[in-house]
Design a protein around this ligand. Structure first.
Ligand code: ZN
Length: 515
């Protein structure tokens, strides 16, 4: 047991950080409200309120009080078990403090204002398909990103300083290696599917689907996954998201399309996956700064696992398809196999958020490469649309007819979130590595899923991932949970196994014919 002096130093730090955590959670409530229920004209007032809260929490976090309490806690660190919550709290607070205290308060405030404006300009420019109108705002956000990288500091590439914010401990060199290997397999695999695969019919997914029924089906599944609605809720927003104010208040949103069933349904599975992670954080870590997911990549591994490895698997639909058919009579003449293939259709397309499992990562690689070149100054913002369209053609064989459906489709760059995109692919890769580890521990996982029981998957995730919150770096959590370093191989095998079967083709056969 830590001594009295030790407990006092840790306790004092905790009390202080709880205030910071409360300010941040309050800002998150305002952001959730902004995306769900706030009237349109509330935007300007809300931007001020969010600006004030962000400044208060930033100022408090980088204050001399934090520094002094942290130094006092570090003095007793060697008396603590390195795996304890207390030791992790001290380590992570130091990491966060060192990063954030390098950013001057004026810089943080100026960037927040510019990001808010730039997002509004982007929304309007996208609606009118007018990239030149967005260009100056985007150039400013790229400039902010460069300056942030300079403030934070980096060894090899400015990208590393930005990536570390979303995926602590990862560098662009790691991403280059990972993406290089994925590209090697996925690009030819997409080609063989498109050129020689057995066509997949999915017209029946574009019928009429009652929205109230879509909602209750989504809730039924999310609850069965283990999402606790007494500590959560489901609302509507333009872009689906999950947000957490406390492990006991974790919310999700979706968007419904009356004439396309998969959109809202898989968004609910996806966001419920994020929410299960946050609801699984131990109460003892709440209000501490380590009481949330460890990184965006690991977070995405949770959402993608529930959405794809569970929610797009055959056993899942063996159980749920009759229930779905019951709610949507339109599907009664469509067999299970046809439905399973339809929700796993591979189609090179323009829009990332609508991309299938196989082509999805190509959208990410393209964005990552462009971000790096923008930061290096090797690519001018004005040349971005051409560079985008060229890569779309190379990777996916499609060219966007408009910039709105091309370079302007995502909100990330407009808000200055440069360095974020790789975490999506990382999530895909990690989801399979973790799922395989869970399957090794519980070989009956798919039988359970086939009976609509998800406690084995969730129990394993609770024990090996959720329980840790942000106590360790994501890669350390993956190593502990999967018993191996991060590797793309299980993911690539999964993709080939699943989609070779759906399409009746293999990558090897392609290699033989083209050699
Ligand atoms: Zn997600």
């Amino acid at each position: 047991m830590p001594g009295n002096q030790t407990s006092q130093a840790i306790q004092a730090l905790k009390v202080h950080l709880a205030t910071v955590a409360d300010l941040r959670a309050t800002a998150a409530v305002l952001r959730w409200d902004q995306e769900t229920y706030m009237p349109a004209r509330g935007a300007a007032g809300r931007a001020e309120q969010l600006g004030t809260l962000t400044r208060l929490s930033h100022d408090l976090f980088i204050s001399s009080s934090t520094r002094d309490l942290l130094v006092a806690a570090e003095a007793v660190l060697d008396r603590l078990d390195p795996d304890s919550d207390e030791a992790a709290l001290v380590r992570m607070t130091r990491r966060d403090y060192d990063r954030q205290s390098r950013l001057p308060a004026e810089f943080v405030a100026a960037r927040a204002r510019a990001a808010s404006l730039s997002t509004q300009i982007w929304r309007e420019a996208r609606r009118r398909n007018d990239f030149p109108a967005f260009r100056p705002a985007l150039a400013e956000m790229v400039d902010f990103a460069r300056r942030e990288a300079d403030y934070i500091g980096f060894q090899d590439h400015p990208y590393d300083a930005l990536l570390d914010h979303y995926e602590p401990g990862m560098t662009s060199k790691d991403v280059d290696l990972l993406f290089g290997r994925l590209r090697e397999v996925i690009v030819p695999f997409v080609r063989v599917i498109v050129e020689r695969g057995r066509p997949v019919e999915d017209g029946f997914l574009h019928g009429e689907f009652d929205i109230a029924q879509q909602r209750t089906f989504g809730i039924t599944v999310a609850e069965a996954f283990g999402y606790d609605f007494s500590r959560g809720r489901l609302d509507e927003s333009v872009h689906p998201f999950e947000t957490s104010f406390h492990p006991d208040d974790v919310r999700i949103t979706t968007r419904y399309q009356r004439n396309y069933l998969p959109s809202a349904m898989f968004a609910i599975f996806h966001e419920a996956g994020h929410a299960l992670y946050e609801q699984g954080i131990p109460p003892a870590l709440a209000r501490t700064g380590i009481g949330r997911g460890a990184g965006m990549g690991l977070h995405e591994s949770q959402s993608r696992m529930w959405e794809n490895l569970v929610g797009r698997s055959r056993p899942f639909w063996q159980h749920y398809y009759p229930i779905l058919q019951d709610r949507f009579p339109l599907l009664r003449q469509v067999g299970l196999e046809a439905f399973y293939r339809a929700v796993n259709r591979v189609q090179p397309s323009l829009i990332r958020v609508e991309a299938d499992e196989v082509t999805y990562n190509l959208h990410i690689m393209l964005r990552y490469e462009l971000e790096k070149r923008l930061l290096e100054g090797a690519l001018a913002v004005g040349d971005l649309p051409d560079a985008w369209n060229e890569r779309m053609q190379t990777y996916l064989g499609v060219t966007p007819p408009t910039d709105a459906d091309g370079v302007m489709q995502d909100t990330h760059w407009s808000s200055g979130s440069i360095g974020y995109f790789p975490t999506y692919t990382l999530g895909n890769v990690v989801s399979v590595q973790l799922f395989e580890a869970a399957r090794r521990a519980h070989p009956t996982i798919f039988e359970d899923i086939g009976r609509g029981r998800f406690a084995t998957v969730l129990g394993w995730l609770r024990e090996h991932v959720h329980r840790h919150g942000r106590k360790f770096l994501p890669k350390d959590i993956v190593r502990r949970a999967a018993g191996a370093e991060l590797t793309p191989e299980p993911y690539l095998q999964y993709l080939q196994r699943k989609f070779s079967e759906v399409y009746g083709v293999t990558l090897e056969e392609h290699a033989r014919r083209s050699s």
